[in-house]
Design a binder for this molecule. Structure first.
Ligand code: NAP
Length: 331
């Protein structure tokens, strides 16, 4: 097959390229050429910015592909532009997200028929819902579409998030033997998926006619708490994990912007059924141990100086000191 990836050099898509090449497919990628890691030489690279819609569409309209994988359509307008760019493609795989389901997320291990509560957030989830709906409408009459909804997917080249905010400083705190904050003991569940495993699922869906018109969860069937996740990172760094539990609302009171990640995404249980994928690709399962994938990701972050110095951020120390003071008061 000749597969186009709109993207191709990021977290998930770089891994997809590797699996496609391993399996003998021809690969073309379209991106701005801004990523630091080089490309395999046997990939065709088309450079451009998809936000320049006219140039993006004109360039791809001159080409023909068996499958197009769109990694970076975030709105209905993006999705419509992709359809104009590849009107005759044999299958379009749109990368959506489990954030289409919330917050609020209504139950654990729900399937693709879960309520699309993410449509109300006005941002990321809502944009993806609108893109998916436009494409699924198209799938019935024109281009065959498969909607992929990954859970939290990570690997070399991607930040290693923690439970309470989007910063990488927590890894420096661990390295320096400092405690880290967890909200409500870090006990909410996520499905952490190595990008190499996500890539195997994407490639298995390429050219699969049974996947046309389907929504497919590409999620780790095994859910992990954030506390366990923080523990894996500590293990990789060779340090003990020391945590201090802080109520969610205290964190938001301390810095509403920074800890908004809890309310908008990270503080919720996000656990979805993998049945939609296993029905199409029964032998798929995550094969990369989380410990290995976290090791590779931290090594990449260290190599590229992506872990900020925690000393530049006194707030976490202040919150921890205040929590300890409260506990000491009532001890
Ligand atoms: N990672 C997760 O946990 C997760 C979970 C659910 C869903 N998703 C979805 O997965 C997709 C992203 O996956 P990813 O983070 O692994 O990234 P990716 O697709 O692997 O990387 C982004 C790619 O798009 C290119 N790109 C970015 N902006 C561009 C533009 N304006 N024009 C052309 N190319 C552009 C980047 O290269 P240049 O910067 O060089 O252009 C890069 O190749 C998103 O749709 C996201 O919603 C991710």
């Amino acid at each position: 097959m000749h597969v186009l990836i709109i993207g191709g050099t990021g977290n998930i898509s770089r891994a997809i390229v590797q699996v496609l090449l391993r399996d003998g497919h021809k690969v073309t990628i379209y991106n701005r050429g801004q990523r630091v890691d080089g490309q395999p030489s046997d990939v065709e690279v088309l450079l451009g910015d998809r936000r320049d819609r006219a140039a993006f569409e004109a360039l791809l309209q001159t080409r023909s592909f068996d499958v197009a994988i769109d990694m970076i359509a975030f709105t209905a307008d993006d999705a419509a532009s992709t359809l104009r760019a590849v009107p005759n493609v044999g299958q379009l795989i749109q990368t959506s997200t489990v954030m289409t389901y919330g917050p609020p997320f209504t139950a654990l291990y729900q399937g693709t028929d879960a309520p699309l509560n993410g449509r109300h957030d006005g941002g990321y989830g809502a944009g993806k819902v609108a893109a998916d709906e436009l494409l699924l409408g198209q799938s019935a009459s024109g281009v065959p579409v498969t909607i992929v909804k990954p859970s939290f997917t990570f690997g070399p080249g991607h930040p290693l998030f923690r439970q309470v905010d989007w910063s990488m400083r927590w890894l420096d705190r661990l390295q320096k033997g400092k405690p880290i904050i967890e909200a409500a003991e870090g006990l909410n569940y996520f499905q952490f998926l190595p990008s190499a495993d996500a890539a195997e699922a994407y490639v298995a869906l390429c050219g699969l006619s049974a996947a046309h018109g389907k929504v497919v969860h590409v999620v780790n069937p095994h859910a992990t708490t954030w506390h366990e996740w923080h523990g894996i990172a500590a293990q990789v760094l060779g340090v003990p994990l020391e945590t201090v539990s802080v109520p969610w609302d205290v964190l938001v009171a301390a810095d509403a912007k920074r800890y908004s990640a809890l309310t908008t995404c990270l503080g919720h249980n996000q656990v979805f059924s993998a049945d939609s994928l296993l029905a199409l690709v029964p032998d798929w399962q995550p094969r990369v141990p989380l410990l290995q994938a976290v090791t590779e990701t931290i090594e990449w972050l260290q190599r590229h100086n992506q872990i900020e110095d925690c000393e530049s951020d006194p707030l976490e120390d202040r919150i921890i000191a205040a929590m300890r003071q409260i506990k000491a008061t009532f001890a």
